[in-house]
Write a protein that binds this ligand. Structure first.
Ligand SMILES: [Fe+2]
Ligand SMILES: [Fe+2]
Length: 329
């Protein structure tokens, strides 16, 4: 990470002060209007175009000298249930548990991604999945794994502190590497899935911040900044490596995922399967309609912001940041 990148990153503490002050002056419930406003504020603070540009510009530096994004110190002793505002504590905990179950098999995610990337882009393969020796044993962790593997212990500690007991978890296994003989198509499809899951995590932690204050909110902000960092890098890398990929190819992938889901409802790894699974583990059926609405609003606001940023990702800009693409699709 370059120093200018670090400086331009918002720190959770200084950004949250105005919102904290506003919340303290309010009742411990949030109106729809207040929730929407907060979502817009958070998107403006954490997903500003200059931050997204900076996170992508950071990628080639991380290929050369990987350095995990530093976190500010977490004030664990200050975290308590009173810091959850406008959302039932049980639902908040259910969501945390779902997030833990999803984040846990990080080794599986990183190794599958490494295998899809190894032949096509060794530096990116190393960034996500580290280095393996000739016997296939992992000898050095990738930066993506180093940053992601701190999420499960932090979320578990958060859950335990808020619930007064550790979570009882259902294990989730990452989908392994499944090549079809077309490495570019495989990587495109897999990369799309990775971008979608990082985007989902970004929206979830941003949305949870709306209903959190104090030290609790600070922890969520660190998780959020990690997810934004990864989402931006994966999105930009995908645009660079697949410069001719269009909305049509994206629609084809989505249609295929829908078709596969229809014919094989238990097939793991498709976007439809992931969406369905996430709704289940996050307890979506138990959310109130207001919370469903604010979450959908967050999904829309984050995507709007990414889409605007995406418009500036011309091939000249991508080549300036990441160099000449290799064997474009
Ligand atoms: Fe994560
Ligand atoms: Fe992530």
């Amino acid at each position: 990470m370059n120093d200018s990148a670090t400086l331009s990153q918002p720190t959770a503490q200084h950004l949250d002060q105005p919102i904290e002050a506003k919340l303290n002056a309010q009742s411990p419930t949030l109106s729809l209007h207040q929730s929407f406003q907060q979502i817009r504020d958070l998107v403006q603070q954490y997903l500003r175009a200059d931050i997204l540009r900076d996170r992508l510009a950071d990628l080639p530096l991380q290929w050369q000298t990987p350095r995990p994004r530093p976190w500010q110190k977490i004030r664990w002793t200050e975290i308590n249930r009173e810091q959850i505002i406008g959302l039932e504590a049980d639902i908040f905990l259910l969501i945390l548990k779902g997030a833990i179950e999803t984040e846990t098999p990080i080794r599986g995610y990183t190794q599958a991604s490494r295998q899809y990337l190894t032949k096509l882009h060794p530096a990116m393969a190393e960034f996500v999945g580290g280095t393996v020796d000739e016997n296939g044993h992992l000898v050095r962790l990738g930066l993506w794994e180093l940053e992601e593997k701190r999420h499960t212990p932090v979320l578990t500690k958060l859950y335990t502190q808020l619930a007064g007991q550790p979570p009882v978890l259902k294990p989730h296994v990452a989908r392994p590497y499944q090549p079809t003989g077309d490495p570019y198509q495989d990587l495109y499809r897999h990369g799309l899935h990775r971008v979608a899951t990082e985007y989902g995590a970004t929206c979830l932690y941003l949305w949870l911040m709306v209903y959190a204050t104090g030290a609790l909110r600070t922890v969520l902000a660190e998780l959020l900044m990690d997810e934004i960092n990864h989402m931006t890098k994966f999105w930009g890398f995908g645009r660079w490596l697949f410069p001719t990929a269009s909305l049509l190819s994206l629609a084809q992938i989505l249609m295929r995922a829908f078709y596969e889901k229809l014919h094989n409802p238990h097939r793991q790894g498709s976007l439809c399967h992931t969406l369905h699974r996430m709704k289940k583990v996050l307890g979506w059926p138990q959310w109130s309609w207001q919370h469903r609405l604010t979450f959908l609003y967050a999904l829309g606001q984050v995507m709007k912001c990414l889409w605007q940023w995406n418009q500036g990702l011309t091939s000249a800009e991508l080549q300036r940041l990441l160099g000449q693409p290799l064997n474009p699709m």
